[in-house]
Design a protein around this ligand. Structure first.
Ligand code: SF4
Length: 500
């Protein structure tokens, strides 16, 4: 009988994609994926170090697995990714029963390491040595290789996929662990990326999300040819069957006009930009080493909206960063009021060992103040989100139908709906994203899943648009095919925090 592997993933899209690659590699070695820990022979935790909360979540998951491992002495427990890279000693101390610790640059070796643990019962450690040139080659060798057989069941849906175009980061924001856990910034050759996208489209993907820590810093030089993100996108735009191209996350200083021209001119490019600002106060931005001022950011935002009219923009904020006074926080409040983001991800600063901020600046904003600032900023953002979403009422938007809505999924998994899918003609609540990345919910039949439909927007909350599908106006392909059962099944992968 095939051995079973259970995987939990926290963190950003990079981690989701890494898990997909790891599972694809293990499948080649005869493993099956299970979403039930009780059935598993191999337990993997793909981890995130960006926030303390994510690390604690991993330690509590490891605590639960320890009990399962008592009844299965042959089981293998592995910690992968950023925490493995950054906190090997801590993991060994707090969870000595962990068999493998595998850094972000060594994930391709997971099948071999599992086999070694099984053969020897010796713990295995595989991590990068640092940001040296050796580290650069090591990261490139293990990550840039693409496995086309990677497991589609790990994707967000069968018709959406993440494509890594860049790894690492050279920006060194003082609060961030990514430059040390993910290594130096490197862009993949464009030919490799185009080839990968073609393969994904052949497998049924309609939407690709190009990912990088600072995706718009992408540049690949070969001889005298220089490929920027805009060139990369233009080079994949005409792939038949590909309907949407997204890219996240953007760095404000690298938002160039040629990229904004591509967003405006190329119809398959989603009209959405995620551009983290982090703070509205210049002194705080300087301590964060973000390399721009609030004024620069607002000018960049105006340029985005001028060159790509109708584009929606979202952002990230950190509140309570070292030395953030009430006055500096009020500058973030002013910026969020003026910027009118579609939505913002707001986080309380959490000190991370090994960062410049932890070394240089005391974490001096009390927790209750951080919490209050988080709530205050969120309240202003929610007002903006409400206005942004209300403005869509009365319009018609194109939606790539991703599957049943959350409400529908919890009815299915909570037993309030029959476990066997009803006939394809049964009406259910469906969801998907518009071309401006708004979440849209509407009633429709299962056969619409995986297709692009037009939806007339009738109502809106701060986070969701509600509408009626114009059933005669499926955009593109044939919907007479049988529904894809796999599209309805809950996805085993977990995806809980945005990119920093
Ligand atoms: S916050 Fe983003 S840009 Fe800054 S160091 Fe981290 S990954 Fe790089």
């Amino acid at each position: 009988m095939a051995q079973k592997v259970y995987i939990e993933t926290v963190g950003c899209q990079m981690n989701v994609l890494d898990s997909e690659l790891v599972i694809g590699a293990l499948r080649k070695h005869g493993y099956d994926l299970t979403d039930s820990p009780a059935d598993a022979d191999v337990f993997l935790f793909n981890t995130c170090s960006v926030r303390e909360h994510a690390e604690e979540k991993t330690f509590s998951a490891l605590g639960r697995v320890r009990l399962l491992k008592r009844d299965k002495p042959g089981a293998v427990v592995g910690v992968l990714g950023c925490m493995a890279q950054k906190d090997q000693e801590l993991i060994r101390k707090r969870a000595p029963y962990v068999d493998m610790i595998v850094g972000t640059g060594q994930l391709a070796a997971v099948p071999e390491l599992v086999a070694k643990v099984r053969a020897t019962r010796e713990p295995q450690l595989a991590v990068s040595l640092g940001r040296s040139d050796a580290g650069r080659n090591e990261v490139e060798a293990s990550f840039v290789s693409y496995d086309p057989t990677r497991d589609p069941s790990m994707r967000p849906t069968p018709f959406q996929a993440f494509v890594r175009i860049q790894i690492g980061c050279d920006k060194f924001c003082t609060y961030c662990v990514v430059p040390s856990t993910r290594g130096p910034e490197q862009s993949r050759p464009p030919e490799h990326i185009w080839h990968e996208v073609r393969q994904l489209v052949d497998q049924g993907c309609k939407e690709v999300t190009l990912i990088g820590q600072t995706v718009n810093s992408y540049v690949h030089e070969s001889g005298d040819r220089k490929t920027r993100l805009s060139d990369l996108i233009a080079g994949m735009h005409d792939i038949a069957g590909l309907e949407r191209i997204k890219f996240v996350t953007n760095y404000p200083k690298d938002m160039t006009d040629d990229l904004l021209d591509a967003v405006r001119e190329l119809p398959k490019v989603v009209k959405y930009l995620h551009v983290p600002v982090q703070s509205g106060c210049d002194e705080v931005l300087k301590r964060m080493k973000r390399n721009y001022t609030a004024g620069y950011y607002m000018d960049m935002l105006a340029r985005c909206r001028e060159l790509a009219p109708g584009v929606s923009v979202s952002s990230d904020f950190i509140v309570g960063f070292c030395g953030e006074t009430e006055e500096s926080f009020q500058k973030s409040m002013e910026l969020v009021r003026a910027a009118k983001f579609k939505n913002s991800f707001i986080f309380k600063y959490s000190e991370r060992g090994g960062t410049k901020a932890a070394e240089k600046y005391p974490d001096d904003v009390p927790e209750d103040v951080k919490k209050r600032r988080n709530n205050d900023l969120l309240a202003v953002q929610n007002e903006n989100s409400r206005a942004d979403h209300r403005a869509q009422v009365g319009t018609t938007v194109e939606v790539l139908v991703e599957g049943p809505s959350r409400r529908e999924q919890s009815a299915l998994s909570g037993g309030r709906k029959p476990p066997v899918p009803e006939p394809a003609s049964a009406i259910m609540q469906l969801t998907g994203h518009s071309m401006t990345d708004h979440i849209v919910v509407f009633d429709g039949t299962e056969r619409l899943i995986g297709h692009t439909v037009r939806v007339a927007i009738k109502d809106a909350s701060p986070f969701t648009l509600y509408g009626d599908v114009l059933t005669d106006e499926v955009v593109g392909a044939d919907v007479s095919r049988e529904p894809q059962a796999s599209a309805v099944a809950p996805r085993p992968n977990k995806f809980s925090l945005p990119l920093v």
